[in-house]
Design a protein around this ligand. Structure first.
Ligand code: ATP
Length: 351
């Protein structure tokens, strides 16, 4: 661990709290193994973290480093995974995933929640700290909604609270960027413009509430496979740099003008996702022509389809219809923008 990182983060707020603050028994050092009497802080922390959609996703040609330059507008939507973290003795970190698609998340310790907890623990020099993490998974797996990134962001917030680290938003953002390109956005939430690999973000002014119907496909799509197909379909015709985000889209967000926003939705990966999953074309055509729908697109690398709807009533009607479409596993109606990863409860048995 670079000494300056450890000093910067723990020499100040984090370390003070862990050593002698209210979260842990006075006199305990974080280097000491925990025993049943050690933690006096919360013994059950719950965090909620949202899914994202891309209002526009502009993709440039694959660069020499293998990555595609991106320019995108992310919006966090009110579909959440919930992360519960409890302290465990002896430095064990375990993750249990619940939900209809839990079986699709790896169980060999490589899931993004476990990676986030391990990164946090090693960066702050706390090898004896453990956590039992439960993820109630509502965000589709491999659905183009950054579900894995959401779990990484949620676990960072949950474990830093559980372990009494008191990290600043900036410290959390730096850790998030190490875990993956969408993780900083999952922490931040709201509506942002992001470029590069998605880690450089600027929050956008966004008025109003937007109503989204989300149609989940029966199977997921692998993000690398979709980018690969993007290369095959576009070859050298893809622009070196991603196109700019249209001013009309930014102006629509500022004005809270859902009608114009609906017309501006776009996704350069959509043809590739449709090529890999042709059934999505029917879902998209159905949703786009439904009364009250202002626009629709494939979310990120797909296969989730997202439809912007003019009001809650039209939203409920559309969701009911999407649910019975063939090849649609499930459909939900949500509002946006949503808050990024946030604590919803922290209980202590000592309290
Ligand atoms: P993105 O939109 O960021 O490209 P995605 O939403 O399409 O990603 P994820 O749900 O993040 O896809 O899952 C991508 C892969 O990551 C899955 O196939 C899964 O095996 C793996 N994975 C690891 N940890 C998790 C997790 N906690 N939740 C979901 N997937 C996970």
């Amino acid at each position: 661990m670079p000494p300056e990182v450890r000093k910067g983060a723990l020499g100040g707020r984090g370390r003070k709290k862990v050593r002698g603050g209210s979260a842990y028994r006075s006199g305990m050092s974080p280097e000491f193994p925990w025993n049943d009497l050690t933690p006096l802080g919360p013994n059950r922390v719950k965090v909620r973290v949202p899914a994202k959609i891309n209002l526009t996703l502009n993709v440039g040609q694959r660069a020499d480093d293998g990555y595609h330059p991106l320019l995108t507008v992310f919006q966090a939507v009110g579909l959440y995974d919930e992360i519960t973290a409890m302290p465990v003795l002896g430095g064990v970190i375990s993750v249990l995933v619940r939900g209809a698609q839990a079986h699709l998340v790896p169980t060999d310790g490589t899931d993004l929640g476990a990676q986030a907890a391990r990164l946090l623990r090693s960066r702050y020099g706390l090898p004896s700290y453990g956590a039992s993490i439960e993820i109630d998974k509502q965000i589709p797996v491999a659905g183009g909604m950054a579900g894995g990134s959401a779990d990484a962001a949620g676990t960072l917030v949950a474990c830093s609270e559980l372990w009494g680290l008191e990290l600043s938003p900036n410290e959390l953002q730096l850790l998030a960027a190490e875990l993956g390109s969408d993780v900083p956005f999952s922490l931040n939430g709201g509506t942002v413009i992001a470029h590069g690999r998605g880690t450089d973000m600027v929050p956008l002014m966004c008025r109003g509430t937007y109503y989204w119907a989300l149609a989940f496909a029966e199977t997921g799509l692998s993000t690398p496979a979709v980018f690969q197909r993007f290369d095959e379909l576009n070859g050298a015709a893809a622009p070196k740099r991603p196109a700019d985000v249209p001013h009309e889209l930014l102006a629509a967000l500022i004005a809270g003008d859902a009608k114009t926003l609906g017309k501006m939705l776009s996704n350069d990966l959509e043809p590739a996702a449709l090529d890999l999953c042709p059934a999505l074309a029917d879902t998209l055509a159905y949703g786009r022509s439904y009364p009250g729908v202002l626009g629709g697109l494939v979310s990120g690398s797909g296969p989730t389809c997202a439809f912007l709807v003019e009001n809650p009533r039209a939203l409920a009607d559309l969701v009911g219809e999407l649910r019975v479409l063939p090849r649609v596993r499930a459909a939900v109606g949500v509002t946006a923008p949503a808050r990024g990863a946030h604590l919803i409860s922290a209980h202590s048995s000592a309290a």
